[in-house]
Structure formats: structure tokens, C-alpha cells
Design a protein around this ligand. Sequence first.
Ligand SMILES: Cc1cc2nc3c(=O)[nH]c(=O)nc-3n(C[C@H](O)[C@H](O)[C@H](O)COP(=O)(O)OP(=O)(O)OC[C@H]3O[C@@H](n4cnc5c(N)ncnc54)[C@H](O)[C@@H]3O)c2cc1C
Length: 371
Amino acid sequence: MNVDVAIVGGGLVGSSIAFGLVKHGVNVLVLDGFDRDFRASNANGGLVWQHTKGLGNPPYQMLTRRSVDSWDGLKEELQELVGIDVRYNRTGGLSFCLGDEALESRRADLQRFHNQLAGNEGEVELLDRITLESLIPRAKLGPRVTGASYCRRDGFANPLLTLSALHLAIQAKGGTIFGNAHVHTIKTDAAKRFMIYYGSRVVIAERLVIAAGLETQSVAAQVGLEVPIKPQRGQILITEPLEPFLPMPILGLAQMPEGTVMIGTTHEDVGCDAGVTADAAGLMSSSAVEMLPAMATVKVVRQWAGLRVMTPDGYPIYAQSESHPGAFVVTCHSGVTLAAAHATSIAEAISIGTIPREFEAFHPRRFTKAD
Ligand SMILES: Cc1cc2nc3c(=O)[nH]c(=O)nc-3n(C[C@H](O)[C@H](O)[C@H](O)COP(=O)(O)OP(=O)(O)OC[C@H]3O[C@@H](n4cnc5c(N)ncnc54)[C@H](O)[C@@H]3O)c2cc1C
């Protein structure tokens, strides 16, 4: 089989890029691994979140803003093409402050955001407790809540529906997805095309995109790309369904359209252990009750854990191999938020064969540069 672009990994990252490419007539094959693989795309919180992203890193702040700007378009395209409503809703989002010190520290952060990138005035604002109460009147606040930062551009999309819709849309536009297609070896032929081996088969591609989640590092090393990645566990609790009381997500607590409340998440350095713990359930529950005391009487019905795909500084990696031109790597820890950017700017960069200068800050050489 010969294709224009082969993508290793059919999670949210690989699929968003694949969708962006097939829309422009590129012949794409997605090779996705085994069901038992770690899949952050099936375990995440679904926030499309700008608010707290990129303090100290203006390119990341810009990238996130651009992705949020493109999310409505992505939602509409998927709805039109495959009839799936991915339930993206730009509701606005809150990040609570507990205590006066936290409120002052948030005020300072927002000033730094404002100074960092002119033009975001009014996108994130600091609310005092009374204004916060009037914004979410059905949620009775805990006594330590002094206020919150509020970003009107934050929202939520159903990540499972988004992934299914992307898979169907890729195929509707002529792309191909193979499941159980675990890539083990990559070589190049005399014409410098990529020979990608999965199971006992091989596919030949002019270009290659590696978006294999936690396996990105080992796959990318075969084409001369050094990509430091490590897992970070995040646990989530889900409650019984409740009457609607929270019209927008709070960082750490969000009511789903179905009425259930998602609580979490943790940030744990435990290697590839994707198990859940009672300790984390306790901590997340206490934090929810501190924000909204009524949560104390609500039943938790589910708990799960997923492994984030983390770079050392938490920012994405976008790069083309110098030793194997035409091979790209893409990885990030906010694959829902950035799905729209991946389906537009990043797919475009791959289709023209160059990562633009504005993405230079995301090259992995930042981890090896001498100070
Ligand atoms: C608890 C938790 C909460 C999160 N909350 C949010 C959130 O609210 N908002 C947000 O934007 N992001 C969130 N994230 C992050 C988001 O889920 C990830 O950024 C995103 O899912 C990463 O997608 P991916 O495609 O890179 O990786 P994955 O979803 O892990 O997919 C990788 C794919 O590659 C395949 N693969 C691996 N190796 C190979 C191989 N050798 N050959 C072929 N295929 C291979 C696997 O089978 C898999 O399908 C959260 C993550 C977690 C864990």
C-alpha cells in the first residue's frame, strides 16, 4: 500500500491531523495500535480550555487561543460530514480562589497574562465572591471561596464523541484507519520514502506523522527525533446525575450535559500505573466539597484514571526530523483543546512539508539547548 501521509497513532492528536489533511485531498492512512494501549483520548476531562494556559509562554498562549477560535468550525464540520454533535459548548469557565492570598495571587497572574500578550483584554477577568455567586446562583459556595477567575472563551466538548466523529470524518473524506496496527519498525527506501512496518505488513508513505501518545518517544527515535515524554496519571470521579446547577465548568468540577458531575483531576508521577486509588478519591472529593459544600451528599458512581502524555515542560512538541525530512512528530497534553489547531495549522504545516517559524518554540531542541 502506498499513501501520501501515514500517521502512527489514532488518538485525538493523530486523528485531528488526519482529518485536517484528508479535507485537503491528501491520501492518508492512520495506523492505530492495540485496544490495550494507553489511550489518553478515552480518559480525559473534555475541557476546551484557554484560561490558565501559557503563562510565561506566549506562543503557547497564542496557539491555545487560536485553537479555541477554531473549535466552533471543527464542531460544525464534523456535524455536517458525519452527523455527530460533539457537544462543544463555549460556556465560559471558572477557576476558584480559596482564601485572600489565592485571590491576590490570581490577580497578579492575570496581570502577567495581560502584559504578556496585548489583545487578550477582557478574555479573563477576576470575579469577587458576590459577582461569582450571581454568575452561578444555583451553586452555593464554600466559606473559603473568595472569588474566581473567569474566561468566557472556555468550554467543554465530549471527547469520546469527538474521537468517533473524527474517525468517521477521516473515512468519509477518503482516508483509511487500520486498528490493531502497531508500528514496530520504520525504514526508508532508496527514494527516501518511509517504509512503515506493522505486524507482518508494510506501508510506504511519502510523509510520516508520529502521534503515538506515550509510545511517541520510541517510534520517533527511529527517524532521528528525540522526544522526551513521560506519563502523568490523572484520576477522575463521576457522580450520580443531578438537576442542572452549574452552567459552566469550574477547574476541578464540571457538570456534564447529562447531569453527572465530573470531579478531578490528579497530577501524579507514578509511571505507567493507570490504576485508581482511594486516597485520590478522598482528596478530589474534599476539594469539591470545599468549593461547593452540597457535593458532600452526592454519590460517586465511577472513578477512572488515564495517563497524560507529558513533555518535561508541559508544552507541545511539533518538529520535523532533520535526518529524515518528511517525518514529523506531534505530541501535547491538551489534545482536546488543541484538536482544532491540529486539524488546521498543524495539518497545513505537514501538507506543505514545513513547520512554520511560529512553532519554533515547540521544537524538542529546547530540552537539549545549553543555557
Ligand atoms: C485524566 C486526564 C484528563 C485530561 N483532561 C483534558 C482536558 O480536559 N482537556 C484537554 O485538552 N486534554 C485533556 N487531557 C489530555 C488529552 O486527553 C490528551 O492530550 C490527548 O488525548 C492525547 O492524545 P494522543 O492522540 O496524543 O494520545 P492517545 O490518546 O494516548 O493516543 C495514542 C494512540 O497511539 C496509538 N499507538 C501507540 N503506539 C503505537 C504504535 N507503535 N503504532 C501504532 N499506534 C500506536 C495508541 O493505540 C493510541 O490510540 C487529559 C488527559 C488525562 C489523562
